[in-house]
Ligand binder design. Sequence first.
Ligand code: NAD
Ligand SMILES: O=C(O)C(=O)C[C@@H](O)[C@H](O)[C@H](O)COP(=O)(O)O
Ligand code: ZN
Length: 360
Amino acid sequence: MKNIDLSFAAEQSHYKILIGEDLLKQEIFTDILKSDTVFIVSNETVAPLYLDTLKQALSDYRVHTYLLPDGEKFKTLDSWQLLLHRMISVPLRRNDTVIALGGGVIGDIAGFAAATLNRGMAIIQVPTTLLSQVDSSVGGKTAVNHPLGKNLIGAFHQPSLVVSDISTLSSLPKREFLCGISEIVKASIIADNDFFEWLGENSQSILSLENNVLADMIERACRIKANIVAMDEKEQGVRSWLNLGHTFGHAIETCAGYGGLLHGEAVSIGMCLAAKFSHEQQYLSLSDKQRILTLIEQFGLSTRIPAHLKAADLVNAMRLDKKNTSEMLTLVLPEKVGQVMIDRAVHTIEVEQFLIKEMS
Ligand SMILES: NC(=O)c1ccc[n+]([C@@H]2O[C@H](COP(=O)([O-])OP(=O)(O)OC[C@H]3O[C@@H](n4cnc5c(N)ncnc54)[C@H](O)[C@@H]3O)[C@@H](O)[C@H]2O)c1
Ligand SMILES: O=C(O)C(=O)C[C@@H](O)[C@H](O)[C@H](O)COP(=O)(O)O
Ligand SMILES: [Zn+2]
């Protein structure tokens, strides 16, 4: 299989996204490191699987490591602070490099630590989940959660390199793999009707982890994300498209308790809700609403809001969403497969009534 060498290029940042098999075994880091010291952040699940391989590729460097406990519930300010203490005690200097080895949780916390220590240090993202390979490792959003809202505390901090070794996906549980599919379906709905069709046609090969198909899929999703972020790195406009399904989804994650539902699961439920709401507002045709719901079901992704959640609580969580620019809610809504719009004037009461109906 060929290795894919994609570039992210925006006004202020520029980096490679390498996608391929057994990349962790190769010496691909040396050109990018600016000192003899690296600091690897990982977790207790991923480290036993891949840390030694990564360390071997860095055998000419001083390697420090810090392992976080596993899970979304540890994506907190406390974890960030403990991580910073460890980095300072090394001590890490500004020209040293942080490496995030793991899924989106590790990438987001390590990224936020790299953004803040010494007012900014280089970070290399080495994503090991499908979700992090197609979404969180690219684009520079870093954050931790607050009890009242997802990713409320964070910074934009682009990586200097992304290394997506698709061999790591062989150890990923199916439930986590499907979370990645959720963000991939999202990318196709936002920007690429042909890719959406391709996903439907190739679902069997994708679910049976055929490496060539996976590599093509990861590349296409990364290109969509990289193109959108390059137009609007700090989310002043079109980058919000990438939040399709997330206004509902983040509220579901917050109300369910972080980790009660996985991010990708909340996003697929959120996309179903966005499609249905958009159809009710007459932005989306019945047939495209149906196509979206059918692809989500075809992959066996989550579609229903957990029954114990309350519409009023979800709307309260949505009020804190970072996209809002007034008392009204901002929603990203599909207009057709391959195109979304941003509605900045959605009444909370309308959303609450919609959710009550959906949950009855
Ligand atoms: N920064 C962004 O742009 C962005 C984009 C999307 C999602 N996110 C964030 O990413 C997080 C979700 O990321 P995620 O889905 O990767 O979850 P995750 O980081 O929690 O990883 C999922 C699980 O898989 C395990 N794991 C990781 N790699 C593995 C491997 N190769 N084999 C076996 N197990 C492995 C992890 O330990 C964890 O238990 C959320 O916090 C979400 O908010 C951020
Ligand atoms: O990169 C983006 O922009 C996204 O919105 C990608 C999302 O999949 C991701 O979950 C992101 O972390 C959400 O950002 P937030 O600003 O809503 O916290
Ligand atoms: Zn997401």
